[in-house]
Unconditional design. Structure first.
Length: 206
């Protein structure tokens, strides 16, 4: 029973640990493809162009919007972020489960265009822990941390739009839970219509 790839949207407050989780998920299990977004935010120390993000100028980003090269984009804390179209479509065609690690406005736009997309929300165990993780990165100014905490207050209002929430307390447990959800999603009847039809034909002796 092999069906086509699932478009998986993973959102969660900045600092919830989505990046690390997604890296582990892709390392531990086959069949995933992690989309790399474009952004106008400056690279953090250690980030590389084409690995964490495609780092673009505003002008370059706006050209991609005009060329319809992004399947969605949003502004977040003063910067553009968007998902390149080519990679996502190519990987889905090849049967891979494509992960988009994007914020909530982007998640809504994806659900409108791809109603079958699976929407997951990753949360830290507590607000205090979120603050600790954001400060612990050591790469963000106090102002940016405060801005991201305020943004989390807004994003928390939209959590019910997601199909599953996962608490990132222990990394390995969380990775297994995420993989379990995706595996289960592959087994719903709506994603297996061809197989069901084939079985029906066989049972009828056709
Ligand atoms: P950060 O600056 O911490 O890397 O990302 C800030 C926020 O932008 C995160 O919530 C992240 O999930 C989101 N984000 C990253 N890439 C994209 C994208 O392509 N589209 C949208 N809509 N959000 C994104």
């Amino acid at each position: 029973m092999k069906n086509k790839g699932i478009l998986i949207v993973v959102s969660g407050f900045s600092g919830a640990g989505k990046g690390t989780l997604m890296k582990r998920l892709v390392e531990e299990y086959d069949g995933y493809a992690l989309s790399i977004s474009a952004t106008t935010r400056a690279p953090r120390p250690g980030e590389e162009d084409g690995r964490e993000y495609f780092f673009l100028s505003e002008e370059e980003f706006e050209k991609r919007i005009a060329d319809r090269a992004l399947i969605e984009y949003a502004t977040y804390c003063g910067n553009y972020y968007g998902t390149p179209r080519d990679y996502v479509e190519k990987e889905l065609m090849q049967g891979h489960d494509v992960i988009l690690e994007i914020e909530i406005q982007g998640a809504h736009k994806i659900k409108e265009q791809y109603p079958d997309a699976l929407l997951l929300f990753v949360m830290p165990p507590s607000a205090e822990e979120l603050h600790r993780r954001l400060s612990g990165r050591g790469t963000e100014t106090k102002e940016v941390i405060d801005q991201r905490m305020r943004r989390a207050v807004q994003e928390a209002e939209g959590i019910e739009d997601y199909e599953y929430i996962v608490v990132n307390d222990d990394l390995e447990t969380c990775v297994q839970t995420l993989h379990g959800i995706v595996t289960a999603a592959h087994h719903v009847p709506e994603r297996n219509e061809e197989f069901i039809e084939k079985m029906r034909r066989e049972l009828r002796g056709e």
